[in-house]
Design a protein around this ligand. Structure first.
Ligand code: ZN
Length: 330
């Protein structure tokens, strides 16, 4: 086949050949039926010639196939965003990286409609002082968040960097989780509609879709203190203990919380859980959902719902917010 023609792979041509052959023989059958009662008859040699003309012989694979002069040989490739996984050279650079992701993640929460007055918070540990965490200040819109707005809070609930106050519930719950879970670099929570609706049922998220498998045997319902605003440190410790080693917790009659090894991961799990809760509510309202079998749910969780994939899923959200909200870096 001349270069520049569409469909040069053997697989494509084989399909074209099969389609064309069937098309030709369909015409033949139709023609025979039409002609059955007629006084004229298409010569068989003409029909055979037509069928042969419609048959495309697949090209044999060659070493010279190319597009725009580029040979179609395997290439070394990179994955978008992976350059950000490289360790930062200094603790200051790592701190700035985390704060930028945090400001962007909060704007993503705002864009997705997760704001509910002053409720909701995302926290990330400081890389140099891991018993301190950066968080959004009380009363500032998610959608207006900038790096310079973020505050640093110690594990006594005191603001030690920045000039705005902290949401007491953010400190009580997140500080307790960060203390109990050294692996939780970041934690996320908001009063998003489907998360809080789902939390009123007092049930876990089920493995109903591929996405929800990320939370299979990895989410928990916490009923204690669920209906009351958590302002006491003892209640925060109860919450963290009940959270266990799960990726997500459903605080009954409140909403969901997620953790991760980065802002990217924790925030994507929050967004994903919200949508999985929406899907489960819709499925339960429509009928009786079928559950993914245990082995398949575990396989999907380990292969498509691990920490790295959580980080990866955040990258398109990050690209969008960087493109539209460059002031987040101020
Ligand atoms: Zn809350």
């Amino acid at each position: 086949m001349p270069s520049g023609m569409v469909g040069t792979t053997p697989e494509v041509n084989t399909s074209v050949e099969a389609l064309s052959t069937w098309t030709a023989w369909a015409y033949l059958a139709a023609g025979a039926a039409i002609c059955a009662g007629c006084i004229w008859l298409i010569p068989m040699t003409t029909i055979v010639a037509y069928c042969e003309a419609m048959t495309i012989t697949p090209d044999a694979p060659t070493e010279t196939r190319s597009i725009d002069g580029i040979p179609l040989t395997p290439k070394d490739v990179t994955t978008i965003g992976f350059e950000d996984l490289a360790p930062r050279a200094t603790v200051e650079a790592e701190r700035l990286h985390r704060k930028q992701r945090l400001a962007g993640a909060l704007r993503i929460f705002g864009r997705l409609g997760f704001g509910e007055g002053v409720a909701g918070h995302i926290t990330v540990r400081d890389p140099e002082f891991p018993d301190h965490f950066w968080v959004n200040p009380l009363g500032l819109s998610f959608r207006h968040m900038k790096v310079s707005d973020l505050i640093l809070v110690n594990h006594h609930g005191e603001v030690v960097y920045g000039k705005h106050s902290v949401n007491r519930a953010a400190y009580v719950l997140h500080a307790a989780v960060h203390t109990a879970r050294p692996d939780a670099i970041a934690a996320a929570h908001a009063h998003s509609v489907y998360g809080k609706a789902f939390s009123s049922l007092g049930i876990k998220l089920d493995a109903l879709t591929q996405d929800s498998c990320a939370f299979y045997e990895n989410n928990v319902v916490i009923a204690d203190h669920g209906g009351a605003v958590v302002f006491e440190e003892a209640a925060g410790r109860d919450f963290a203990e009940a959270f266990g080693n799960n990726r997500a917790a459903i605080h009954q009659n409140h909403g969901h919380f997620t953790v991760g090894a980065s802002v990217d991961e924790a925030v994507f799990w929050f967004v994903c859980f919200e949508r999985c809760a929406q899907a489960q509510l819709a499925a339960m309202a429509a009928g009786t959902p079928k559950h993914i079998p245990h082995e398949s749910a575990v396989y999907t969780r380990e292969n498509a719902g691990n920490a790295m994939t959580g980080w990866m899923h955040f990258q398109p959200l990050w690209q969008e917010i960087c493109a539209t909200d460059p002031e987040l870096f101020n």
